[in-house]
Design a protein around this ligand. Structure first.
Ligand code: ARG
Length: 457
């Protein structure tokens, strides 16, 4: 088969080289964007008088036919045509004849592939923003029902102070808010148009880059053609944002796995998100959060992979850059499906409020509050801390909790204790006392929920 660039060559390409240098095996995913970019380009060629209007119409309708064939799975791709750009151009020429060869006037595959990647990532970033919003909505709806559900809050995975389940879940709401904002911000740079940069130096034709940028929904034209064809920052930014978001997803997943263990039993994930064991009939495994936790690894790997590909590359385009694609596609797919899993998994999980209550009733997470109680009686915090440490030790030695002691017991440790200490130590009072902005008291969490609501649509 003759190559689109075959003129300069006297020998056929080595078979393995042809197979391994071809990117069509994965960049066929850019077909839609490639055709979209070509349509904008051909309209510009006609508008600028570079080719005549009739030829441009023929090319544009030919591109539509090629697209229809692609959608119907009837477009035959070949390694000999290397990549999506040449496969489509080849199909176009087959469809409409030699006039199809005019499409590539004033452009190169270098600005073409960069354009396709920008378009692809713009589309997917926009839908990822919607998916993040869906996860936030699921968290918000769940949190709304649990402002009075108390569970132990942990530091070092040791029980620390009681918090509401709403408060705990809303922590993730804000992580996804930042993730969403990172993607929104990256859209500014994803929307730079490389089209018209040519191979690296621009073109001799009187092209109109502003026109194609506008046709494609981009809002800025790369001011430097060499930068335009060799920039992959927008992919790195996307991959970094994706890694951070997967990190959040992995943390939430880990909590779900822990919470669903026999030891915790704080939640139960819906059957539809779990699987069984082939040998142990009693098991219900939280496979989905486990996989989400693990997939952070591949997304991080894709980021490090591309950083490494780009490191030390001279200007401008280098074939190395073809290695940007599979990782990017994988990251888009992984983050997309992870978010798609997460929203319904959160919405359908059962929250075991009784078990959470049992946990706070049998721990010392109210200890800080006795210290605060003594502080209110004008005892320096350091002294109070010491007294409470002794009380806790006493309880541990006598297999008791703070609410099991009598007033006389308390007064043995410090004369300032009065009968109101017991009310103070109830988990609900401990929670309600933390009214500070961003705190876990139901009142504060309701304010937080109202604020959260303004961040989702
Ligand atoms: N398949 C190539 C890529 O993905 C397209 C650009 C090829 N340009 C070239 N001069 N060989 O990077």
């Amino acid at each position: 088969m003759s190559k689109l660039w075959g003129g300069r060559f006297t020998k056929a390409t080595n078979e393995l080289v042809e197979k391994e240098t071809a990117s069509i095996g994965f960049d066929y995913k850019l077909a839609e964007e490639d055709i979209q970019g070509s349509i904008a380009h051909v309209r510009m060629l006609a508008k600028s008088g570079i080719i005549d209007a009739e030829e441009a119409d023929t090319i544009e309708s030919g591109l539509h036919k090629v697209y229809d064939k692609f959608i119907q799975g009837k477009l035959a791709f070949s390694d000999a045509n290397e990549d999506i750009h040449m496969n489509i151009e080849h199909a176009l020429i087959e469809e409409i004849g030699p006039v199809g060869g005019k499409l590539h006037t004033g452009r190169s595959r270098n600005d073409q592939v960069a354009t396709d990647m920008h378009l692809y990532l713009k589309k997917h970033t926009e839908s990822l923003i919607v998916l993040m919003n869906d996860v936030q909505t699921a968290i918000y709806e769940l949190a709304k029902q649990h402002t009075d559900t108390i569970l132990p809050g942990y530091t070092h995975l040791q029980r620390a102070q009681p918090v509401s389940f709403a408060h705990h879940m809303l922590a993730y709401f804000w992580m996804f808010q930042r993730d969403k904002e990172r993607l929104q911000d990256s859209l500014k740079r994803i929307s730079w148009s490389p089209l018209g940069a040519g191979a690296l130096a621009g073109t001799t034709f009187p092209i109109d880059r502003e026109f194609t940028a506008e046709e494609l929904g981009f809002n800025f034209v790369y001011p430097n053609s060499m930068d335009a064809v060799s920039d992959r920052d927008f992919i790195l930014e996307f991959m970094s944002a994706a890694s951070i978001s997967m990190t959040h997803i992995s943390r939430l997943s880990e909590e779900m796995v822990i919470w669903m263990s026999q030891e915790f039993q704080f939640i139960e994930l819906d059957d539809s998100f779990c699987t069984g064991s082939s040998i142990m009939p009693q098991k219900k495994n939280p496979d989905v959060p486990e996989l989400l936790r693990a997939r952070t690894g591949r997304v991080n790997g894709n980021l490090v992979g591309l950083l490494t590909v780009l490191k030390g590359l001279p200007l401008a385009y280098n074939k190395d850059m073809q290695e940007d694609k599979e990782g990017m596609f994988d990251t888009v797919h992984t983050l997309t499906t992870s978010l798609q899993f997460l929203a319904p998994m959160i919405a359908s999980m059962k929250v075991n409020t009784a078990r959470m209550k049992e946990a706070v009733d049998t721990d010392f997470s109210n200890a800080t509050d006795i210290a605060d109680y003594l502080v209110e009686k004008d005892i320096p915090f350091r002294d109070a801390h010491e007294v409470i440490g002794k009380i806790v030790l006493h309880c541990i030695q006598h297999d008791q909790f703070l609410l099991d002691l009598t007033l006389a017991d308390y007064q043995d440790f410090h004369p300032a204790f009065e009968a109101d200490i017991f009310e103070k130590l109830k988990p609900a009072s401990v929670l309600a006392a933390r009214k500070s902005t961003g705190g876990t008291a139901p009142d504060a969490v309701i304010r937080q929920l109202n604020q959260a609501k303004t961040f989702i649509d």
